[in-house]
Write a protein that binds this ligand. Sequence first.
Ligand SMILES: NC(=O)c1ccc[n+]([C@@H]2O[C@H](COP(=O)([O-])OP(=O)(O)OC[C@H]3O[C@@H](n4cnc5c(N)ncnc54)[C@H](OP(=O)(O)O)[C@@H]3O)[C@@H](O)[C@H]2O)c1
Length: 256
Amino acid sequence: MPLNVLVTGASGYIGGSIVAEILSLKRGGSLETLSIHAAVRSLEQAHSLTKLDVSVVQLNLSDETAVTDYLLSNDIDLVINNATSIDSQIASSLISGLKNQREATGKEVFFIQTTGLSAFDENTNWPFGEVKDTDNVFDLERQSRDTYVVREVDTFVIEQTKKAGVTGFLIYPPNASLTGEKDATLAHVSDVAKFYGQLIEAIFLGKELPVGENGHYFLVSHVVSWWDIMDRLAANLHARGLVTTASTKHVELKAS
Ligand SMILES: NC(=O)c1ccc[n+]([C@@H]2O[C@H](COP(=O)([O-])OP(=O)(O)OC[C@H]3O[C@@H](n4cnc5c(N)ncnc54)[C@H](OP(=O)(O)O)[C@@H]3O)[C@@H](O)[C@H]2O)c1
């Protein structure tokens, strides 16, 4: 299946890593016929990508008409949105553009939303404790959509893709947060990008995948104790003569 992919937030950390991963899969032959379109905000960002084998576009993602025109005139059938996980207007115009593309071509179209595991963090008022991506994540997020904007947008994406006849996926890289948690869930950005590459290959090959209300994917490669991270940091700072002791201790915020 030929695929034309639009990557938003393409000059950002995750979007840029995804573009690099797709380019490497294209060179390797598995996605040879796929073409990459990179959406950026500024001229400077556009210039930074022009030397790559990608079509760069400065696109106002909130402008539904401009987005639809671009998707239709470039035959885009897959959008990966890495620009923001807190703006339903942007998700809405991208999904609506894909709906128009499906109606114009009769082809299946795909929307991948990059969101984040902060949606399931007690610091964001997540009330359901530990959850797996094989649980009924859609239903749980929907029940707590009003207390955190990321959950609200996640739920919106699933509802809108279903309504629009767009095949939807929600991808959750970990958000390492320093507050509260004893452990940090982590994944290296290159592993995160590899996951997107594998997902695109699977879509490209027409594999059957969990999608829509079941299409939640948590990206966690390992869990690290924050104390282990702080101990290593302290040892290295001490080795460089930047602090007087190599040990760590707990300090209340008020006292610090
Ligand atoms: N990095 C992580 O560890 C992590 C973990 C979990 C989830 N996430 C989620 O993954 C997504 C990407 O994160 P990231 O770390 O790659 O962020 P990033 O480096 O800031 O990249 C985001 C890119 O999107 C662009 N952008 C932001 N708002 C936009 C808008 N309204 N319209 C068009 N472009 C816009 C930014 O442009 P400017 O440079 O002009 O602002 C930037 O190039 C975010 O939704 C984030 O919440 C990230």
